[in-house]
Design a protein around this ligand. Structure first.
Ligand SMILES: [Zn+2]
Length: 255
């Protein structure tokens, strides 16, 4: 029997946590979340729902592989994408529409070890992603816990039209990142848009989101004192591969 019930409950809880107003991660209907069950079915936030108040009924069940395959089809109109997503629903009578970013979620959930995805528009992260000097500002890592929780580097995606074009840009970025770092990214930073956290558990997605928000706040603060003093690439590699930090990373994933 698939782990559907526990996965969906963890997804609802994660969504409520990410939607808490005091965290400044999303307002109104911003952001979306998803999770993958053992049977290959994924749940994704339906359009028109709020993370803060969403219930299990606010998620649509779709077949992940079929959704991911939409990214490989020839150029589709918005209407054709909508029809293709409809065809991926597990319950054909389901009237709810999956989020416009469902293809992106399906691709992220197809990465090794990724079971939960959280996409938010944090104020602290978008102050960075909307800045002219964003590339210079994310060129290095700032502190060890950033590396432990968020990995050796974020995957940066230049601004792209939401929907299928953005999903394709993320697909290509994930491939390049995997080849460069030999692992899946924890953080996708989308220019003038927001953050995507990829985790093996709901807790990990929440941890990554919190730590990347902190990173962006620290980064902004460094510009008050002359700009970021990045760790050296050797420092970053050392933290990323130290046995005690690997252990700590494992502990943090436990929900
Ligand atoms: Zn968004």
């Amino acid at each position: 029997m698939a782990n559907t019930e526990a996965t969906l409950q963890a997804l609802v809880n994660l969504s409520h946590d990410l939607g808490r107003p005091e965290r400044d991660l999303v307002i109104l209907g911003e952001g979306n979340t998803s999770a993958l069950c053992d049977d290959g079915i994924m749940y994704v936030k339906a359009s028109g729902t709020e993370l803060r108040t969403i219930s299990a009924e606010g998620f649509v069940a779709v077949r992940r592989e079929a959704v991911a395959a939409i990214a490989e089809e020839a150029q589709l109109t918005d209407a054709q994408v909508k029809d293709a997503l409809e065809a991926c629903k597990v319950n054909t009578g389901d009237k709810r529409r999956p989020s416009v970013e469902t293809v992106l979620h399906a691709l992220a959930l197809g990465e090794p070890g990724v079971k939960f995805v959280g996409h938010t528009h944090p104020i602290a992260v978008n102050a960075l992603s909307c800045s002219v000097n964003v590339l210079e500002a994310i060129a290095g890592r700032l502190f060890p816990d950033e590396i432990v929780v968020c990995g050796p580097a974020p995957l940066y995606i230049p601004y792209t039209d939401p929907g299928l074009p953005l999903a394709r840009a993320v697909r290509d970025g994930l491939k390049t990142y995997g080849e460069r770092y030999g692992q899946t990214t924890k953080v996708i930073l989308m220019q003038n848009h927001g953050l995507i956290a990829l985790g093996s558990s709901a807790t990990e997605v929440d941890n990554i989101t919190s730590m990347y928000v902190k990173t962006c706040k620290v980064l902004a603060g460094t510009y008050a004192f002359g700009g970021p003093n990045f760790l050296t690439p050797a420092n970053v590699r050392r933290i990323h591969t130290r046995p005690d930090e690997l252990y700590r990373r494992q502990q943090l994933k436990v929900s």
